[in-house]
Write a protein that binds this ligand. Structure first.
Ligand code: 5AD
Ligand code: SF4
Length: 525
């Protein structure tokens, strides 16, 4: 999905979290426990010492920002139980995969990673291997058939059970599952409860940067697009209580977080009812805008039909609101949108774009597109290409349709577009998007933008990690990536950067030094 792996909905990324191994640098790996005949007492002492040692956790996360957030919570809860992170899978006592089911490719990646552990688990049966997240909820017990050495399978709504499951599985050697109810498995309220997550626990060290955080305001999805597995794996759409959201935002701000991204599958459909009061995303934005310390508010991912005028007005009127809106169109053909059951027409989408531009003239909009959806003709694809060109998105995430068992499309519509055609259409949309992105980025040449500095760029991490002056990366208020030369002290600051070069995906600039700030017009983009 995209150019920028960290930001938008459902982008496939794999992260292995690095460890800081603590007190016991050469903690006896249980795998290497010396084979010596201890006297009984000494053996007991050794065992209790072993039990008191920090256990090592390896966790790999694939998928969207929801999964990243879930992993943050899982690490937080396990840290409380004495776990330490390691980035060495072989050294870990517990190995967890937080998985994604949106496309087959993401699942195959997880099964391959599991396959690589087969021999390891044979040699070290005491290690616990867990599959978490959407694939766990979707495949359930069949994961044990495909990878019989997996110990625990935990759906995204049951993650709070992980510490117990790990301990039980380790002590009994049994395979265990914790899964939420299916969409038709009982009364709605019961199903909803079974999908609830446990957000208050945070582990700031798990965030990509200390001054940026995701904050979940909604779980699940009720849109049931015919291609999508999410309503089945994440359950019914539920808004989180505004008081909890506000409390969490304050905690985050207290920890030094400057940018909060509110997340939900269809974040702008958020609603929470209590008595006679209904709280919507617009209300939340006003509420969170008042939190001291928070400098930027973003929200992803939006559903086109719920992009209401009051929400757009809030983005316009609240200076902390990012002017970046991710609103997936998926297709530019009304017939395809109908087959996808997206609930809007291309005309509705165009009208939404018009309202966005009218209300927030400098808004940057990005989109997701699926190419090669069931029965997509050349003409239908051309309509998508036309929409992409007309809307001039900041960027587009393009996906080849991947049939997902359990969805309406997989039951009723043949996956009949050949792979080569999907690939060609995918490349074509990306080619068109790159032209637009480059043209639009050119408008930034010579302009000064405010950039929240995130850290060393990928290139700097690879090539000059220890340099005093190194390439840093950050984002503008409209989510454009900017790179420039700076020092580590600038990480976390919001700096004026003047742009002197561009690519389709990046603005390249230089820090506007103080004596020049007064003389140049800053463009708050
Ligand atoms: N095949 C391909 N892409 C999909 N998406 C969701 N389901 C599928 C699927 N079965 C894409 C949509 C969505 C993004 C997160 O993933 O474009 O917006
Ligand atoms: Fe999936 Fe559609 Fe819900 Fe997005 S809105 S999560 S594509 S069902």
């Amino acid at each position: 999905m995209l150019v920028c792996p960290r930001r938008n909905a459902m982008r496939c990324v794999t992260i292995a979290f690095a460890a800081t191994l603590g007190l016991l640098p050469t903690s006896p790996d249980r795998d290497n426990t010396p084979d010596i005949n201890f006297p009984v007492n000494a053996k007991r002492q050794f065992d209790s010492l072993l039990a008191a040692m920090p256990k090592k956790l390896y966790i790999e996360t694939v998928g969207c920002q929801m999964n990243m957030l879930d992993s943050e919570m899982v690490v937080a809860i396990l840290r409380k139980k004495g776990y330490e992170l390691t980035d060495d899978v072989q050294a870990a006592d517990t190995i967890l995969f937080n998985t994604c089911s949106v496309r087959e490719h993401a699942e195959e990646k997880t099964y391959s990673a599991l396959g690589r552990l087969r021999e390891h688990k044979k040699k070290h049966p005491e290690k616990v291997i867990g599959v978490l997240g959407c694939m766990a909820q979707k495949d359930q017990h069949s994961i044990f058939s495909r990878a019989p050495y997996v110990d625990i399978v935990v759906g995204p709504g049951q993650l709070q059970q992980i510490p117990d499951l790990i301990e039980q599985s380790r002590s009994t050697g049994k395979q265990l599952t914790a899964l939420s109810m299916g969409r038709k498995d009982g009364p709605l309220e019961q199903i909803k409860r079974s999908h609830e997550t446990f957000d208050p626990l945070r582990d700031p060290t798990m965030r990509p940067t200390p001054f940026q955080a995701y904050l979940r305001i909604q779980i699940g999805c009720d849109k049931f697009c015919t291609y999508c597995i999410v309503p089945m794996t994440r359950g019914p759409e539920q808004g989180r209580a505004p008081s909890e959201i506000l409390a969490e935002a304050k905690v985050l701000a207290g920890q030094g977080c400057k940018e909060i991204t509110l997340v939900g599958q269809t974040v702008n459909s958020y609603r929470y009812e209590a008595g006679d009061t209904t709280t919507r995303l617009t209300d939340l934005l006003y509420m969170l805008h008042a939190v001291d310390g928070i400098e930027r508010l973003k929200f992803i991912t939006n559903y086109p039909k719920d992009m209401t005028d009051d929400l757009l007005a809030a983005v316009r009127d609240l200076p902390k609101c990012s002017t970046y809106l991710h609103v997936p169109a998926q297709s530019g053909s009304n017939d395809v949108l109908k087959r996808m059951k997206r609930g809007y027409t291309v005309e509705d989408y165009r009208d939404m774009m018009r309202r966005i531009k009218e209300t927030i003239p400098d808004a940057a909009v990005s989109s997701d597109f699926i190419v090669g959806f069931c029965g997509e003709t050349d003409e239908e694809f051309q309509l998508t290409a036309d929409l992409l060109t007309e809307c001039r998105f900041k960027n587009s995430f393009v996906f080849k349709y991947s049939e997902r068992p359990g969805t309406k499309a997989s039951e009723h519509l043949p996956d009949d577009v050949p792979h080569e055609v999907k690939q060609w259409r995918n490349n074509e949309l990306l080619r068109l998007q790159a032209i637009i992105s480059e043209e639009d980025n050119q408008l930034f040449l010579g302009r000064t933008v405010n950039v929240l500095v995130e850290g060393p760029s990928k290139m700097a991490i690879k090539k000059t990690p220890d340099a005093e002056v190194l390439q840093l990366t950050g984002r503008t208020m409209c989510d454009r990536i900017v790179v420039f030369e700076g020092t580590r002290r600038q990480v976390g600051q919001t700096l004026p950067i003047t742009i002197y070069e561009i690519t389709p995906y990046t603005l390249i600039g230089t820090v506007l030094t103080e004596h020049r700030v007064g003389t140049l017009l800053g463009i708050g983009s």
